[in-house]
Design a protein around this ligand. Structure first.
Ligand code: ADP
Length: 400
C-alpha cells in the first residue's frame, strides 16, 4: 500500500509518498510560493531530482504538479494514480473536537473550518489542501486527517485551563492545546521500543527543539503537560518566538511603541527569540557560530535556550513524580550536541550522566542512547518522523 502524506501551508505544500510494505519514502517534495510565483521541488528515494519555477495560483494547481511528478516517466515513482491508496493530511489545530486521527468527510472538514479562529493561517490552508486533493485525486482515494494537538488531548484540566476568567474558555475555547503532538507521539513510542519496555511503565520528557520548540511530559504513553499553549508561541524561547513571558511585557511594549494587536503578534512571533536577542539570526547554527567567536548577545541567546530547557525538564520531573527517560528531537535536538551537553550536565544533581563522545557522535539523523549505563535517567536522541506517523494512522483507518 502506498500513502501520500500532505502538509499544506498557506503558501506551501510538502509531500511524501510512502510505501507501507517497508515504510520507505518513494518520493518527496515541496510546492513553494503558491499564490505568489511558484517553485516546485521533487526528489525520489533513488536520488532523482526535479526542480522548476512554475506558477501555482492555488493548492489545486500545486496538487496537479505533485500528481504529474509522481507519474512522470523521468521522475516518477508510480505508473498511475491508482497506486496511491490513500492520502494523509497534517492538521495543526484539532481543538477539543478531534482527539484522534479520522477519515475525512464533509462533517470533518466543517469541524476543521470551525477551528480556523484558533489557527487562522494553518487550518484555513489545510482545508484548501483537503479540497484540492479531492479535486485532483477524486473521491475514490480516501483522505485521513492527523492532528498536531491530538496527542495532547489527555492533559488534565489543571494543565490546560488558563487562570483568566473561565468565561473565555467557555466562549472562545481559550485553553492550552499543545502542538508537535505527532512528533512527541512518535519519539515517545520509539523511546519505549529502544528501552525495551512497555510505554505504560515509563515516565518521559520529550524535547522537540527546532525553529519551533516544545517540551512534553509523557506518563505511561499519555501526555500530562506540554509547553506550547493556545498557540505555538508559549513555552521555551524559539527561533523567532518569545516563548512564555510576563503578559504585562506585551501590554507595556504595545503601549510604549503604539503597536496594534496585529503588530504585537508579529513582534512576538517573528522578531523575538534567537533572532530578537542575538540580532543575528533565528538559526541556531548561525547563533552558535557567532557565540563561539565571542558575540555576547549570541551567547546570551544560547544561555537562555539551555536555561529554558533545563527549567522545563526540572518542572516536568516534579509533575511526573520522577523521570525515566529524556528524549531530544527535531533540528536542534537532533544536531546541536552542545545544548544537550549543557542541559544534561546541569541535571547531574538528579543522576543524569551522558557519554560526551556518544553525544557528539549522535547527529545528522543518528538515533540512540547518549546516557551512560550508570545514569539514573536514560537520555536518547531520536530523529522525529511525523510523516511516518501520519502514513501509519492513514493506513490503519483505511484498512479498518
Ligand atoms: P522546523 O521547526 O522549521 O521544522 P527544524 O526542526 O528543521 O525546524 O529545526 C531548525 C533548527 O535546527 C535551526 O535552528 C537549525 O540551526 C537547527 N538545525 C537544523 N539542522 C541542523 C544541523 N544539521 N546541524 C545543526 N543544527 C541544525
Amino acid at each position: 500500500m502506498k500513502i501520500l502524506v500532505i502538509n499544506a501551508g498557506s503558501s506551501s505544500m510538502k509531500y511524501q509518498l510512502i510505501d507501507m510494505t517497508d515504510e520507505s519514502v518513494l518520493a518527496k517534495g515541496n510546492c513553494e510560493r503558491i499564490g505568489i510565483d511558484g517553485h516546485f521541488k521533487h526528489s525520489t528515494g533513488d536520488g532523482r531530482v526535479f526542480e522548476t519555477d512554475v506558477v501555482m495560483t492555488n493548492h489545486t494547481e500545486a496538487f496537479v504538479q505533485i500528481k504529474n511528478a509522481l507519474i512522470s516517466e523521468e521522475y516518477g515513482v508510480i505508473k498511475n494514480l491508482d497506486e496511491v491508496s490513500a492520502v494523509g493530511h497534517r492538521i495543526v489545530q484539532g481543538g477539543s473536537l478531534f482527539s484522534e486521527s479520522v477519515l475525512v468527510n464533509e462533517e470533518v472538514i466543517k469541524g476543521i473550518e470551525s477551528l480556523i479562529p484558533l489557527a487562522p493561517l494553518h487550518n484555513a490552508a489545510h482545508v484548501q489542501g483537503i479540497r484540492a486533493c479531492l479535486e485532483v485525486f477524486g473521491d475514490k482515494v480516501p483522505e485521513v486527517v492527523v492532528f498536531d494537538t491530538a496527542f495532547h488531548s489527555t492533559m488534565p484540566e489543571k494543565a490546560f485551563i488558563y487562570p483568566v476568567p473561565y468565561e473565555y474558555y467557555e466562549k472562545y475555547s481559550v485553553r492550552r492545546y499543545g502542538f508537535h503532538g505527532t512528533s512527541h507521539r512518535y519519539v515517545s513510542q520509539r523511546c519505549a521500543e529502544l528501552m525495551g519496555k512497555d510505554i505504560k511503565d515509563i515516565k518521559m520528557i520529550t524535547c522537540h527543539l527546532g525553529n519551533g520548540s516544545s517540551i512534553t511530559a509523557v506518563k505511561g504513553g499519555k501526555v500530562i503537560d506540554t509547553s506550547m499553549g493556545l498557540t505555538p508561541l508559549d513555552g521555551i524561547m524559539m527561533g523567532t518566538r518569545t516563548g512564555s513571558l510576563d503578559p504585562s511585557v506585551v501590554t507595556f511594549i504595545a503601549e510604549q511603541e503604539h503597536l496594534s494587536a496585529e503588530e504585537m503578534d508579529t513582534l512576538l512571533n517573528k522578531k523575538s527569540g534567537f533572532l530578537g536577542i542575538s540580532g543575528i539570526s533565528s538559526d541556531d547554527r548561525d547563533v552558535t557560530a557567532a557565540a563561539e567567536s565571542g558575540n555576547h548577545r549570541a551567547q546570551l541567546a544560547i544561555d537562555i535556550l539551555e536555561y529554558d530547557i533545563l527549567k522545563y525538564i526540572g518542572s516536568y520531573t516534579a509533575v511526573l513524580g520522577g523521570v525515566d527517560a529524556i528524549v531530544f528531537t527535531a533540528g536542534i535536538g537532533e544536531n546541536q550536541s552542545s545544548h544537550r551537553s549543557s542541559v544534561c550536565h546541569a541535571l547531574s544533581f538528579m543522576g543524569v550522566k551522558i557519554d560526551d563522545k556518544l553525544n557528539e557522535q549522535m547527529i545528522r539523523g543518528k538515533e540512540g542512547k547518549i546516557s551512560t549505563e550508570d545514569s539514573t535517567v536514560e537520555v536518547y536522541v531520536i530523529p522525529t518522523n511525523e510523516e511516518l506517523v501520519i502514513a501509519r494512522d492513514t493506513m490503519a483507518l483505511v484498512t479498518k
